[in-house]
Design a binder for this molecule. Structure first.
Ligand code: PFF
Length: 452
C-alpha cells in the first residue's frame, strides 16, 4: 500500500496516500478545532450542526471532486489551469477570475489564520512553562484576555507561524510536506481521542454536550445560521478558493477522485464533531457560555488542562499539534499564489514564497490590532478581523464555489469529466446533476440572501 507510485514524477505526490494526506492536511485545521465549536456555539448548536452536515454532503463533496479534477486534468497552477481550460474550450477570459479570487481569498484567510495559530503556539508555551497550573476557568479567561490585549505577544507568535509556513512552503511539495504530515495528522487524532476520553469520563457533562450538538431546534435555523453553516462547510473543506485545485495538479492519475473526496470529507467532519464533543462538555462543566466566541477553545480546553494530571504536558502537545494542523492548512492557502508566481515570473519558489509571506504577515497585523482594540477601523459594523472573516467565508468562498461548479458542470466536456472521475454512469450522472444544478442553486441562493 505504501510503495512508491511508479507513475510518480517530481510533479506528482510520491504515493497514492499522499494526496489524501495533503488534502486532509489542508482540510483539517483551525476550522475544525477552533472555529467549528465556537460558530456552532454562537448559532445554538444542533440546528447549526444539522445544516452544516447537509452542506458538507450535498455541496462539499461534489465541489471537492470538481476542484480536484480541474487541477489534475491540466496539471497547472489554478490560474494557468483556468487560462488553459477557457482557451481550449473557447470560454470567456472572465473565468480566469476564479483563480484570482482564490488567490486573494487564500491570502486574506492566511492573514488571520496565522494570528490564531499564533495563539495556539503561545498557549503551548504557557502550558509547558506552568503558567496555567491550578487556574480556574475565570483565571484562564483573564489570561486569554491578556493575550488578545497584547500586541507584542500576538505579533511575536504570528511572526513565528509565518516563518514556519515560509520555511515549509519554500521547499516545495515533496520535501516540505509529505514526511511531516504522515506523523502529525495521526498524532493529532490520537490526542483528540484522549481529550474526548477526558470529556466523557471527567466532566460529568458529556450528555449535555451531546444534546447541545445534536438536538435540532428547527426554529433556530435562520438565514444567518444557514449562511454561517455554508461558509463553515466551505472553510473546513478548503473549498471555493482553488487550494484543492492546486493540490489536484500533483495527484497521481491512478487515484480515485470520488473516493478520496469522500474520505477527506468524512475525516474532516469527524475531527470537527470530536472537537465539539470535547469542547462543549468542558464549557458546561465550567459554567462557561457556548457563545463565548473566538476564545472558546482556548479558554475551555485550557481550563481542563490546568486541572488534570500532567495537564501541562498534554496541553503543550495538544496546542503544538493544533499549530501543526494549522501549518498544513496554511501551506495550502498559499499554494495557489506561490505556484502561479513561480510559473509566471522569473522568481524562484523560495523568493516568491518569501514575498507573499511578508505581505500576508503585514495584513495579519490588522487582525492583531482588531483584537487588541487599537485598530478602530469599522467596516459594516465589523472590526477588521470580522470583516475579513465575513468577506472570505460568506462571500468569496461561496462565490468561488458557484463559479467552479458552473464551469465544471456546464463548460467542461463530458468526456474530460468522465475520464477524470472514472465513475459508473449512474454515479457520474448524479455528480453532474449536483454540480450543474444543486450546488449553484443552493449556494447561489444563500450567497444572494447574504449579500442583499
Ligand atoms: N480548511 C482549513 C481549516 O479547516 O482550518 C482552512 C482552509 C485551508 C481554508 C485552506 C481554505 C483553504 F484553502
Amino acid at each position: 500500500m505504501s510503495g512508491k507510485n511508479p507513475a510518480a514524477t517530481s510533479k506528482t505526490w510520491s504515493n497514492r496516500w499522499t494526496f489524501m494526506l495533503a488534502a486532509a492536511g489542508s482540510a483539517i485545521g483551525l476550522g475544525n478545532i477552533w472555529k467549528f465549536p465556537y460558530i456552532a456555539g454562537e448559532y445554538g448548536g444542533g440546528a447549526f450542526v444539522f445544516v452544516y452536515l447537509i452542506c458538507i454532503l450535498v455541496m462539499g463533496v461534489p465541489l471537492l471532486m470538481a476542484e480536484t479534477l480541474i487541477g489534475r486534468h491540466t496539471r497547472l497552477s489554478p490560474l494557468n489551469s483556468m487560462k488553459k481550460l477557457s482557451s481550449d474550450l473557447g470560454a470567456s477570459k472572465l473565468w480566469h477570475n476564479i483563480a484570482w479570487m482564490g488567490m486573494l481569498c487564500g491570502f486574506l484567510i492566511l492573514s488571520f489564520y496565522s494570528v490564531i495559530a499564533g495563539w495556539s503556539l503561545s498557549y503551548a508555551w504557557e502550558l509547558i512553562t506552568g503558567v496555567f497550573n491550578g487556574m480556574n476557568a475565570e483565571q484562564v479567561g483573564s489570561e486569554f484576555a491578556a493575550l488578545t490585549a497584547s500586541a507584542t505577544r500576538q505579533v511575536g507568535f504570528h511572526t513565528l507561524f509565518m516563518v514556519l509556513t515560509l520555511a515549509i512552503t519554500a521547499r516545495g511539495i515533496h520535501k516540505g510536506l509529505e514526511k511531516g504530515l504522515q506523523i502529525m495528522m495521526p498524532a493529532l487524532f490520537v490526542l483528540l481521542l484522549v481529550m474526548l476520553g477526558y470529556s466523557i469520563l471527567e466532566t460529568g457533562q458529556f450528555a449535555r454536550g451531546v444534546e447541545f450538538m445534536f438536538s435540532v431546534d428547527f426554529s433556530k435555523i435562520t438565514g444567518e445560521a444557514i449562511s454561517a453553516a455554508l461558509g463553515q462547510a466551505f472553510f473546513t473543506l478548503s473549498l471555493g478558493m482553488c487550494a484543492l485545485m492546486a493540490y489536484g495538479a500533483y495527484m497521481p492519475s491512478t487515484n480515485s477522485i470520488g473516493r478520496t473526496a469522500i474520505n477527506v470529507a468524512v475525516l474532516d467532519t469527524l475531527m470537527a464533531i470530536v472537537s465539539g464533543l470535547i469542547v462543549f462538555p468542558i464549557v458546561f462543566a465550567n459554567g462557561m457560555e457556548p457563545t463565548a466566541g473566538p476564545g472558546l477553545l482556548f479558554v475551555s480546553l485550557t481550563s481542563a488542562f490546568a486541572n488534570m494530571p500532567m495537564g501541562e504536558l498534554f496541553g503543550f502537545i495538544f496546542f503544538v499539534l493544533v499549530g501543526i494542523a494549522a501549518l498544513s492548512s496554511a501551506i495550502s492557502l498559499l499554494e495557489p499564489a506561490v505556484s502561479w508566481m513561480s510559473e509566471r515570473t522569473n522568481l524562484t519558489r523560495p523568493v516568491a514564497t518569501t514575498l507573499l509571506c511578508i505581505a500576508v504577515w503585514f495584513v495579519g497585523l490588522g487582525t492583531v490590532f482588531s483584537f487588541t482594540g487599537d485598530f478602530k477601523l469599522s467596516i459594516f459594523d465589523k472590526n477588521f478581523f470580522e470583516f475579513i472573516d465575513y468577506l472570505t467565508n460568506s462571500i468569496l468562498m461561496p462565490l468561488g464555489g458557484v463559479l467552479i461548479a458552473v464551469f465544471a458542470g456546464w463548460k467542461m466536456k463530458r468526456s474530460t469529466l468522465m475520464n477524470q472521475l472514472a465513475l459508473s454512469v449512474g454515479m457520474f450522472n448524479l455528480w453532474r446533476a449536483m454540480i450543474r444544478v444543486v450546488v449553484p442553486v443552493c449556494v447561489g441562493v444563500v450567497l444572494f440572501t447574504t449579500v442583499f
